[in-house]
Each structure stands twice: as C-alpha cells, then as structure tokens.
Design a protein around this ligand. Structure first.
Ligand code: HEM
Length: 404
C-alpha cells in the first residue's frame, strides 16, 4: 500500500470497451488500496480487490452517507447535499435503512417478480421481437428493445403511464450524465420531481390503486404515516430512474457482448437453460456501474494494510474487483457456465440492488428469445464504431446497429 496520491485512472478504455482498463489491473496487483484524487477534486481511497471491496460494503464502521466522487471537476458537495430530491434509504445505515427498505421488498422478491411481472415481460418481449421481424433488416437495438422493455416494465411496476417515457427517459439521461454540469443534472432531477409530484396528485385525485406508487401513497397518509411527502416523492423518482436506465444499459451492453463472443452465443442458443448463469456472468464481466461506489469511515479502521482515518472516503472500483483472480478463476474470460456464489454487479451487502430480480427477469427473457428468434443477428458496424457511453453513471451503448 502506498500513501502516494494518484489521479483516479479513467474508468474505460475506448480501444477495449468490454474490459476494465489495464491500469486497474495493475493497481489491483500493485496498489490494491490506493489514495486517489477523483475527477471532481475529492480525495479518498480506491479499492480494486474483491475481498477488501466486500469489506467496505459490509463493515458497519463505514456509512453509506457519502459525498459523490463521480461528478465533474470542481463540483464537490457535502454528503446528502448533492441531490435535489430525497435519496432516501440509499444513503442510510442500519437499522433505519432496513426499516425503510422493507416498505418495498415484498414487491421485489423472485417469487413476486415471477408471479406479477414475468407474464407481462414475456408478452412485451414477444411483441417487440415481432415488430423487429416486420421492420427493416438493420435496426438500432437500443431503440427497438433495450430501452423500451425496461421502460415498459418500470411503468407497469410503479403505475407510471408509458406515454410519458420520452420525458422521463430524457430527464434520467441528464441526471445520470456525469459529463454534464450540475445545472443540467439538476434540471433532469427537477423534471423528475415535478413529474412524480403531479402523478402522485393525480393518483390521489382518482383513487388509483395500481402499482407501487399507489401503495407508497397509502404509506404517506394519515396519522400512522411512515413516509413524509418529500420521502414519497424521492422514492418515486429513485425507482423511476434506477429502475429503467440501469437495465436498459445492461441489456444493450450484454447484447453487444454476446454478439462479439460467438462461442458463448452459440452455446446459449443451443442451451437456453444456461441463461441464469449467463446473466450472472454478464453482470460480473461487464459491471456497468461505471465509477464505483463510495462509503465513508465513521472511525479509524484497517482495510487490507491501509490505515483508513475517520471521515475518509473509500470507493470500490467494482469493475476491477469483479475481475479479481483471487475471487474468480480466469476472470477475464466470459464463462457462461461459471459457478458463482457472489459478484458485485448489483452492488454488495445491505444496499445490494433492490430491483435485481426485476433486472434479471428482463435479461433472462430478452437474451435467449432474441438469439433463438434471430440466430444470424450480427453487428452492422465494427465494434470500434459502436458509440459507448463513457460519461453515464451506468456504462452502456448509446446506439447498437444490428442486422437480423
Ligand atoms: C442491471 C440493472 C441494475 C443494476 C446494474 C443495478 C445496480 C445497483 C447497484 C450497484 C446498487 C447499489 C447501490 C449502493 O450500494 O449504493 C443498486 C441499488 C438499488 N437499485 Fe439497482 N440496479 C439495476 C436495476 C434496478 C432496478 C430494475 C430497480 C428498480 C425497479 C433498481 C432499484 C434500486 C434501488 C431502489 C437501490 C437502492 C438499494 C439500497 O440502497 O438498499 N435497480 N442497484
């Protein structure tokens, strides 16, 4: 371990778009817990190994209430002060985090997703595949599939009108784009706040009972209310943007990855039953959370051989940790048969993604159906010409031209 301060290396290498940059591999071997200066000017620690990274996410001496390290140069704000909406349980610790999260968990279990969402996912995926079959031979997969499916699913789950998708998606892109200045990101956030506020008012007026938003409205009403109005709006905003942008990014990038891995794609076409392990492996291999996730030390502590001081920011570079050879055999190979008990693609510990079973259901439906239906699907442009999103909080493709 070194006390020398380095600039955080760029998180993606345009020449090698599916792997972490070589510098992360080097750091993981030589300086696995290193002091870095993040692009916005904050300094803190960066962890690139799996074991040490999982400690950061599970040790109660670190809090989730952290300042953002991934904003543009000079844009530093205090923890909890960098968002116009209430970030709710995302930045809380136990026991408050668990109590808050439990308001939602029943809707996100594998059983609930299977019973309530899977038939709907099957239906919309089939409809979109039919539309692709009837449309032009060469098309943008993002527009045709990887954006609309997660939008439709989050609308169904929350009780949000799909007709409003362009507005909420554009606002989400602004909010999540760390290449844009704070005014633009805040504009996106305010659009979503105003939208959810109006939708809540509308649901109250009409007595709507459809979707999670209506259930949450009930929890913010009356003498035994467990949510304030600001928390209710914050939750609606969070679920709307976190619930579609992430999965859309993952679906596009997974498709690109399978299109550039012939053996794995053919194996999946022949053995669709491998889709469960394929999706987990893609989550590990691609790790779309682009800039890592931070926590702050509440007291002095050790991680590996690093002496972390109270108040220090510690960021886990999950893309590097998910390729750590100490945790995964042959980590740079996309092995769709891999037997894996854990990875960090959905985060780790108590804050691990609430919506992971929804995302899994979508990916497990789209990928096998897509390649079964269009076994000759191929890239319409060379890999190096696929426009990648290097500035979004989630890494992905901006556009993916394919020929069926
Ligand atoms: C492939 C798709 C997805 C990825 C890669 C992803 C990734 C993540 C990650 C890494 C975290 C941890 C954040 C942290 O520790 O601070 C997280 C948390 C969360 N995700 Fe996802 N997510 C995905 C899909 C979804 C979906 C579909 C929903 C909602 C329907 C959702 C809702 C949430 C919520 C509410 C949290 C906060 C959990 C907590 O703090 O306890 N996510 N997600």
């Amino acid at each position: 371990m070194t006390e020398n301060l380095i600039d955080q290396p760029v998180t993606r290498d345009p020449g090698n778009p599916l792997d972490p940059p070589a510098e992360y591999t080097r750091l993981r071997e030589d300086q696995p817990i290193v002091k870095v200066r993040f692009p916005n000017g904050l300094t803190g620690w960066m962890v690139t190994r799996f074991e040490e990274g999982s400690q950061v996410f599970t040790d109660p001496r670190l809090t989730a209430l952290r300042p953002r390290h991934d904003t543009p140069e000079g844009e530093v704000a205090e923890a909890g002060e960098d968002s116009p909406f209430d970030a709710g349980f995302v930045q809380m610790d136990e026991p408050d985090h668990g109590a808050y999260r439990r308001l939602l968990t029943a809707r996100f279990t594998p059983k609930a997703v299977q019973a309530k969402l899977q038939p709907y996912i099957d239906k919309i995926v089939d409809e979109h595949l039919d539309a692709i079959a009837e449309g032009p031979e060469t098309f943008d997969f993002v527009e045709a599939m990887s954006l609309p499916i997660p939008c439709l699913v989050i609308c169904e789950l929350l009780g949000v009108p799909y007709a409003d998708r362009d507005g909420f998606h554009e606002a989400t892109v602004d909010l999540m784009d760390m290449g844009k200045p704070r005014e633009v990101r805040d504009k996106g956030a305010h659009w979503l706040i105003d939208y959810i506020t109006a939708l809540i008012a509308d649901k109250r007026r009409t007595g709507a009972t459809d979707g999670i938003l209506a259930e949450l409205i009930d929890k913010a009403e009356g003498e035994d209310a467990v949510l304030t109005e600001r928390q209710l709006i914050g939750l609606g905003v969070l679920l709307l943007f976190a619930g579609h942008d992430t999965t859309a990014a993952m679906m596009g990038l997974s498709t690109l990855t399978l299109l550039t891995h012939d053996q794995q794609r053919k194996d999946l076409i022949e053995h669709p039953e491998k889709i469960g392990s394929t999706v987990e492996e893609l989550m590990r291999y691609l790790t779309i959370v682009q800039f890592g996730l931070g926590r702050v030390a509440k007291e002095d502590l050790e991680i590996g051989d690093a002496q972390i001081k109270k108040g220090d920011l510690v960021v886990v570079a999950m893309n590097a940790a998910n390729r750590d050879p100490r945790a995964f055999q042959d980590p740079d190979t996309l092995d769709i048969d891999r037997k894996m008990v854990r990875h960090m693609g959905f985060g780790y510990g108590v804050h691990a993604c609430l919506g992971q079973n929804v995302a899994r259901a979508e990916l497990k439906t789209v990928l096998p159906k897509l390649f079964q239906r269009f076994p000759n699907l191929r890239l319409a442009t060379p890999l190096e010409e696929v426009p990648m999103d290097f500035t979004g909080t989630n890494y992905g493709v901006r556009k993916l031209m394919v020929t069926r």
